[in-house]
Design a protein around this ligand. Sequence first.
Ligand SMILES: C[S@@+](CC[C@H](N)C(=O)[O-])C[C@H]1O[C@@H](n2cnc3c(N)ncnc32)[C@H](O)[C@@H]1O
Length: 348
Amino acid sequence: MAEHLSQSELDYPFKLLEYFNGFRVSKVIFSACELGVFDLLLGAPGPLSARHVAHELRTSVDGMERLLDALVGMEVLEVEPAEGTALYSSSDVANLYLARGSSKSLHHMMTYQNQTVYPLWTHLGDAVREGRNQNEKTFGLQPEDPFQAVYRSDDEMLKFMGLMDSSWILDGHDIATAFDLSCFQKIVDLGGCTGALAREMAKAYPSSSVSVLDLPTVVDAAKKYFSRENDDVVFHSGDFFLGDVPPADLYVLARIVHDWPEEKCLSLLRKLHDTCRPGGGVLLVEAMLLETRRGPLMAQIFSLNMLVQMEGRERPPSGYTRLLNDAGFHDVQVCRTGKSYDAILAVR
Ligand SMILES: C[S@@+](CC[C@H](N)C(=O)[O-])C[C@H]1O[C@@H](n2cnc3c(N)ncnc32)[C@H](O)[C@@H]1O
């Protein structure tokens, strides 16, 4: 029985207890982020007491002290005792990833997880029982297309776009360079959202033209809120299921296939196969499962997220290879980056 568990875990279930508390650990970071703790500490001339932080952020002193202590326990903040009071400061990691103003800030990612994903996940048991997303129970919406729920208000759309944008701060370069794509002159990122991954592609392949196609409201918001100075990424408005896709040598589908049921993915891939010339290709970007079903845990969690919020799933390489082959693509190559997202390239 339970041969895979180490003896120490049987003596005392350290790992299980850590998992039980996982949601509370997330909430500590999310709440600190929402209250502005990391921004205040980053901007402060030196370490601050809990009283000072509480005063600046208009919270209770007792509550703030407990929150700061938990962040110290999580090794996100540092503490030093000084004349009977504790002084708190940020770690380099918190300054880089948790403060809002940093160029590598994951603030948007945390906001979306906290405000949208967390409520959805309270219905995970129902999602597993029913085998479908929980947009109705969580938001009172069961639309035809799960993106109508994702984009149910302008505020939600911007939050989601912020989440999408954040991922490529971490993984964009690895994905753009997972394969040498310099032979593809015209690259179109379908469902490219804010253009964050497309910009990484444009940086890695300066002699290629890179454009994004997304839904009209998303393109408008991307241009208004997420554009960069000297942006060399062009945006097209459209619907990749209902309309034509712009001609390209390479189509990028990042976190698209995992959103949709098998038949919709196949019809989209077949459309791309029909549109691109021989030698043209498709690059899928997803968090890939292991063939052994033993991980990675994050990809398994993402697959549950697709159940709770969307209509798709995560797959192992064989799942993508089968889809691509069924759509007519061949020479499927897989690159595991070792980070959150992996790349799969196939050609026509
Ligand atoms: C999960 S997001 C991925 C965004 C981006 N590729 C990334 O990885 O950051 C899915 C994207 O597909 C877009 N999308 C959904 N349905 C679409 C459709 N029918 N036509 C075009 N884009 C669509 C969404 O607006 C969204 O930007």
